[in-house]
Design a protein around this ligand. Structure first.
Ligand code: FE2
Length: 255
């Protein structure tokens, strides 16, 4: 049993002591932010692993997922051309196994100068529903000018920027005005279920809860790289912040 399973138990195992009653996670309906495409990043290594995660989402009442492989210069040089064939294989397998489960292909773009360049020069990006998911580095804040120029260009193109797992940038945990500004600028803010379940420690959990409490968060994502993240989602259903987020989340409209 892995570390996360020891912490959260398993979806089939015994429940841990609840903080309150369990939320029916089908309220979210659509997962947004995951790494389900087999063999393209540090997510599902093969089709079997992808299907295990999708089986688990279906069993929790989800009816679809926008899956978002990493795109990061040098590390994950994925493009729409490289991602579509493995995504379509996954989609075919899912259509047989879960005919009502919808899948869309997005991407999780790392914010750097090459992403800004791609937006400015109209290179094809994966933006289902007109939403562009982007992430920042975990260790150091982005260049403020780059971030602002990127957000401006994205919005000028008629796209909606979605910032991934906003609780996982510890350099901004004490800079709440940063998120308030982003929220007011029209950036859609996403948190990870695993953070709310405590998988990344109490500080990140607290940050996620604070941002939800402030009313800035609109999307719950699994950021599933493996089945451990679905186990964490399952565990998160007892958390008051997850109940609170379910009231305002837009997940159901994302697919
Ligand atoms: Fe991710």
């Amino acid at each position: 049993m892995g570390l996360w399973s020891q912490i959260f138990g398993s979806r089939k195992g015994k429940e841990t002591a609840p903080d309150r009653e369990a939320l029916d996670l089908s309220a979210f309906a659509v997962d947004y932010h995951s790494h389900l495409v087999p063999g393209v990043d540090d997510g599902a290594p093969d089709l079997e692993a992808s299907l295990e995660m999708i089986d688990a989402l279906v069993s929790l009442g989800y009816r679809g997922a926008v899956t978002t492989p990493h795109v990061m210069a040098g590390m994950y040089p994925n493009t729409p051309e490289t991602l579509r064939p493995p995504f379509e294989s996954l989609q075919r397998a899912v259509a047989v196994r879960h005919p009502h489960f919808k899948l869309a292909l997005g991407a999780e773009y790392f914010l750097d100068a090459s992403l800004l360049d791609a937006v400015q020069n109209d290179r094809e990006l994966l933006t289902p529903g007109g939403r562009l998911l982007f992430e920042l580095a975990f260790a150091a804040p982005p260049d403020a000018g780059l971030l602002q120029e990127f957000l401006f260009e994205v919005q000028v193109k008629g796209l909606k920027p979605v910032m991934a797992h906003i609780e996982r940038y510890p350099y901004w945990h004490n800079a709440l005005d940063q998120f308030e500004e982003l929220y007011e600028q029209g950036v859609i803010l996403q948190v990870n279920a695993a953070s709310l379940a405590g998988a990344y420690g109490p500080e990140i959990q607290k940050a996620a809860e604070t941002f939800i409490d402030k009313g800035w968060v609109r999307i719950l994502g699994t950021d599933a790289h493996g089945i451990r993240h679905i186990d964490a989602l399952h565990a998160s259903r007892f958390r008051p912040a997850v109940h609170q987020l379910a009231e305002v989340a837009v997940n159901a409209s994302l697919l």
